[in-house]
Design a protein. Structure first.
Length: 748
């Protein structure tokens, strides 16, 4: 009985202890469950906050890049001058269609001072001269704000270009179709002072980048966001409020947030339940899980932060980090007297790699170039990929110009070895522009401008080199721009430019067989300029098409009026880039009444060596129309019978360097004889340039040369003098009468 009583007394105690243990276990399990759930929510919340910050940074980057892209174009004096001249072709190439296509803008508008749209582009295509109805209200409002800001800023200015302030306006706006877009309005002011922009006479450039599905997909991919979309109100998903600069809420960006902790918890649920059954093991497991979750969170945060400030393709700093590091380098107080170097880099002819090997090979090339550049730089440098094949380097601590030159030479040297790409290996070079200044001397924007000016000089010097900025570069650029404007004015007004004509004589009969038209320019302030002073600028700025057609038109008019048997006109290789070149030539001679067989176009060997389908097609069309093609300066380049047979030209012109030396050099005379025999075998005629001695004329006649041209026979003549010469019965030797202002002609 005692034993039974003892058992009856101990059972309730055991039961109570068991219940207490169960209760304590349940409390512990609940506490652990609450702790786990709190940790899950905390970690997932932090991840969502990081995603929100990254997305905010991405939107700021889109708006900043929109403004930066515009300022490259709107701070050019050429933009002011061409807008005033209403040069629609230039506007399309530099401010509208081409800019819209290159920077992936949805719509672009160029607006006159009176508010009228002078050209619009929609996704790289011409879109008339009206604001898109979707953009009307928002664009007009931002234009009004920008004009008001300009009016306030210009109260004490006669030239708006004198200011370095940000006179534009960029903001997020809602369009009439309820879509959202980044809109940037920037005044076109120029910077160098060549073009004065008085208050009230400024043009405006408007760029729109719509927050459409394509842009959202790009942001989602960049920051690894799922289901990113625009919503009128926030939902259960993660949401980021979209506000304009006034703080007005325009909508939300929503996405399905990453939940790494919850995903991990679900994946480990069976093991977690088992571990929770044993308190000690549960605590150990929980601590281990928390450590792993924290590591994953840190990795996720680091990756998100990296993507916000680095280029995804190369891993280099992006434009945002580059700008921050540049300003930091300029503002840092160094212990020694050193300078900051900003190096702008373009990979020469990168487009050819993309066109021949494909964009995948182009991406590989950029990645390998980035690695080589990084290895060539010292600690403390910031290497950036700005866009496409454009790189930039910020290097503080430069002690001298020699130090900067050594640095650039080291980076150039890194490009010497070929690059192994999918589809083959390639050699590339680079053009470098260097701005070298003490930290406090200039602003970051001015450093960028100076580096770009030096880069332009490096390209003009032949590429595969570097140039350090000097004030002389700005002066030369201003002079070139001024000469370009004056040349355009001369072409428009017809004042200053004129032609002279050098007769071409038949070698056998001594009669005039034709003449070569040579352009001259009587500049209003600089006097007579040789073509070497303005033809290169015309080719560089796109004026060569207009200049070439002017020469053709004037030469055709003279040939018809004088009864000249044939007129020869030099053609720049750049003119063949115009798809309408053949039509323009045929239209010009038809308008002047010149028979196509009386026109001879002189081209260079370099044009044929390009082996361009467009050039081949143009030459075939010209010859089918009856126009003769002459190959000028034959023998000075890469002379090849194969391309002569392929292109089937009508005439070869032996360069004067051969004519000058063949009398006293048997080897040169043998070369000339071979050229004449080869040309005749291919059905071509031959004209020799630079005939200055009677012995030269006699040898060329004996060798079978068809035509002669040179000072022995006649110098270049004015049109009136040539007409007089033609009227006198085509003498064998023309009088050495030339216009008083004869300068070297194109190709002379």
């Amino acid at each position: 009985m005692k034993q039974d009583q003892d058992l009856s007394e101990t059972r309730p105690l055991s039961r109570r202890f068991g219940l207490l243990s169960a209760f304590l276990a349940a409390v512990l399990l609940c506490a652990l469950a609450v702790l786990v759930w709190w940790a899950v929510q905390r970690i997932d919340g932090m991840t969502q906050a990081e995603q929100s910050r990254a997305l905010t940074s991405g939107l700021m980057l889109e708006q900043t890049s929109l403004v930066t892209e515009q300022r490259r174009a709107t701070t050019l004096d050429a933009a002011v001058l061409n807008l005033r001249a209403n040069d629609q072709s230039w506007i399309a190439e530099n401010l509208a269609e081409r800019m819209s296509e290159f920077y992936d803008l949805d719509r672009v508008y160029v607006v006159a001072p009176d508010g009228a749209v002078i050209r619009a582009a929609n996704q790289g295509q011409f879109a008339g001269t009206q604001l898109d109805p979707r953009d009307l209200v928002a664009v007009e409002a931002m234009l009004a704000e920008t004009q008001a800001g300009l009016a306030a800023a210009s109260a004490t200015m006669s030239n708006l270009a004198d200011t370095v302030s940000d006179l534009g306006h960029a903001d997020l706006a809602r369009l009439q179709d309820n879509s959202l877009a980044f809109i940037s309005v920037q005044p076109v002011l120029g910077k160098s002072g060549v073009a004065t922009v008085r208050p009230g006479t400024e043009y405006f450039h408007v760029s729109l980048r719509v927050l459409n599905d394509r842009l959202l997909a790009s942001l989602a991919e960049r920051y690894r966001l799922a289901d990113l979309k625009i919503a009128v109100r926030s939902s259960n998903s993660a949401a980021l409020a979209l506000r304009n600069s006034m703080g007005h809420q325009l909508g939300y960006l929503t996405w399905t947030p990453n939940r790494p902790a919850l995903t991990l918890l679900r994946a480990t649920a069976p093991a977690t339940i088992a571990i929770l059954c044993l308190v000690a093991a549960a605590l150990v497991g929980l601590l281990g899980w928390l450590r792993r979750a924290a590591s994953q969170l840190e990795a996720s945060r680091a990756e998100t932060s990296f993507l916000a400030f680095h280029d995804p393709l190369t891993g280099l700093a992006n434009r945002v980090l580059f700008q921050a590091n540049l300003e930091e380098a300029l503002g840092y107080q160094y212990l020694a007297a050193t300078k900051v170097a900003l190096i702008s880099i373009d990979i020469d002819r990168f487009k050819e790699v993309n066109d021949t090997l494909g964009h995948a090979a182009g991406d590989q090339l950029l990645q390998q170039v980035a690695k080589r550049f990084a290895l060539a730089l010292s600690e403390g440098a910031t290497l950036t990929r700005l866009a496409g094949d454009e790189f930039a380097i910020v290097q503080p601590g430069i002690v001298s110009d020699g130090h900067a030159r050594w640095l650039c030479q080291s980076i150039l040297q890194s490009l010497k070895e070929p690059f192994a790409l999918t589809g083959g290996s390639v050699h590339v070079t680079g053009s470098f522009g260097v701005a070298l200044e003490p930290g406090s001397a200039v602003t970051s924007q001015e450093m960028l401008r100076r580096a770009d000016v030096a880069l332009y000089a490096a390209k003009a010097a032949g590429r595969n080199c570097f140039e350090i900025y000097t004030p002389e570069m700005d002066r030369l650029r201003r002079e070139k721009r001024m000469l370009e404007v004056e040349l355009r004015d001369a072409l428009i007004t017809g004042v200053g430019l004129f032609l002279v004509y050098q007769p071409i004589f038949d070698a056998a009969s001594g009669e005039i067989a034709g003449a070569e038209a040579l352009v001259r320019w009587m500049h209003p302030t600089r006097g007579y300029l040789s073509p070497d002073h303005f033809v290169a600028i015309a080719e560089e700025t796109g004026v060569i098409d207009q200049l070439g057609l002017w020469v053709l038109d004037e030469a055709s008019r003279f040939a018809v009026g004088s009864g000249l048997p044939r007129i020869a006109v030099n053609v720049s290789p750049l003119q063949f880039l115009d798809d309408q070149f053949v039509d323009r030539v045929l239209h010009t001679i038809a308008r002047r009444g010149l028979n196509a067989a009386a026109l001879e176009l002189e081209i260079t060997e370099g044009l044929l060596l390009k082996n361009s389908e467009q050039v081949q097609r143009a030459l075939v069309q010209l010859r089918e129309a009856g126009v003769r093609i002459a190959l000028d300066d034959f023998g000075t380049g890469y002379s090849s019978i194969s391309y002569l047979r392929s292109y089937n030209v009508d005439k070869l012109k032996i360069d004067q360097s051969f004519t000058r030396t063949m009398v006293h050099d048997e080897a040169t005379q043998t070369i000339v004889r071979s050229v004449i025999q080869m040309a005749h075998a291919l059905g071509m005629s031959v004209t020799a340039e630079g005939v200055e001695e009677d012995a030269q004329r006699q040898i060329l006649r004996d060798l079978g040369c068809n035509g002669l041209q040179g000072y022995l026979l006649s110098r270049p003549l004015t049109g009136e003098a040539l007409i007089e010469l033609l009227a006198n019965g085509h003498p064998d030797r023309a009088p050495a009468r030339t216009p008083t202002a004869v300068s070297v002609a194109v190709g002379d």
